[in-house]
Design a protein around this ligand. Structure first.
Ligand code: GLY
Length: 286
């Protein structure tokens, strides 16, 4: 104890119970499998080790047999500064993660990345595409929390701006099975993405406010404005979701990238604009 109980089906990310005691675990089994709190997702249940540690995201390209790791990233999932408030789809992040050390990479290369690809191939389901490894750096070493068969959001917004290769060539190498011939390279710099959200997200928020200043990003090297919850209307581009835009900037260091990203957040305005003010800050202090 503690243990983690998970409804094994799709439960919109909600079917997880952390049980501190055996009594809680027994109650949890009843909640998931008998009371069906998460519907049919609870027809089968997974019991997992409870882990604590820093989370790191690692994206990779895979061509069925070869895997090439992209630079690491770290997410800020809580809605409010200081990692307070509700969980969100991500309020910002940065790349690389200084906690993804060579030692962590060596461990994952040996025990996680290639073994994952080999296992899928040996099961007769070779995988081609992008694998997202959600890692937790625990006291016992790195552990895989989750796999996604996609880029991360907002991980892609900080990792791809640092990639030196032509992404189409890398994707074609994945399709052709020639990824071993690709020298995947990343700039020796950093990137920070600050999500501009609608006040009230992730609970309730208004939509439909005009977004001004997007043109300020035109021609600005190292600055990017990614659309998330936006909509093109006759009145121009308006807010249309909780997470509205992802503002990314690169810099020589994380600190510089952070300063640049927060400067760029001033370039766009819309009513009820909300952002965290401490993306990447814990790292300055680490
Ligand atoms: N940022 C986490 C995810 O894309 O799943």
């Amino acid at each position: 104890m503690p243990v983690v109980l998970k409804a094994d089906g799709l439960a919109l990310g909600k079917g997880v119970l952390i049980c501190e005691t055996l009594e809680e675990a027994k109650e949890g089994v009843k909640t998931i499998m008998e009371d069906k709190k998460f519907g049919t997702a609870g027809n089968r249940m997974v019991i997992e080790e409870f882990m604590t540690g820093r989370e790191v995201s690692v994206l990779s390209f895979v061509d069925g047999k070869t895997i090439k790791i992209m630079s690491s990233a770290q997410d800020h999932k809580r809605a409010l500064d200081g990692d307070q408030g509700l969980n969100t789809g991500g309020m910002g992040n940065f790349s690389p993660s200084p906690f993804y050390t060579k030692e962590v990479d060596d461990f994952c290369q040996k025990y996680v990345y290639q073994p994952t690809v080999d296992a899928m191939a040996s099961e007769g389901r070779p995988f081609k595409g992008v694998i997202f490894f959600g890692l937790m750096l625990t006291e016992k070493g790195p552990r895989v929390l989750e796999y996604n068969a996609r880029f991360g959001d907002p991980e892609a917004q900080v990792v791809l701006p640092r990639m030196k290769n032509d992404i189409i060539e890398v994707m074609e190498a994945c399709i052709d099975g020639t990824l071993d011939q690709v020298d995947l390279q990343f700039e020796d710099n950093a990137a920070v993405c600050v999500v501009l959200a609608s006040q009230g997200y992730p609970v309730s928020y208004e939509k439909g406010f005009p977004i001004k200043g997007l043109e300020n990003f035109d021609g600005k090297e190292g600055y990017y404005c990614f659309h998330a919850g936006t909509k093109l209307t006759d009145q121009g581009i308006v807010t249309n979701g909780g997470r509205v835009l992802g503002v990314t900037a690169t810099g020589a260091t994380l600190q510089e990238a952070r300063t640049n990203a927060y400067e760029a957040t001033k370039w766009v305005t819309f009513d009820n604009k909300y952002m965290r003010t401490d993306i990447g800050k814990a790292i300055d202090e680490a």
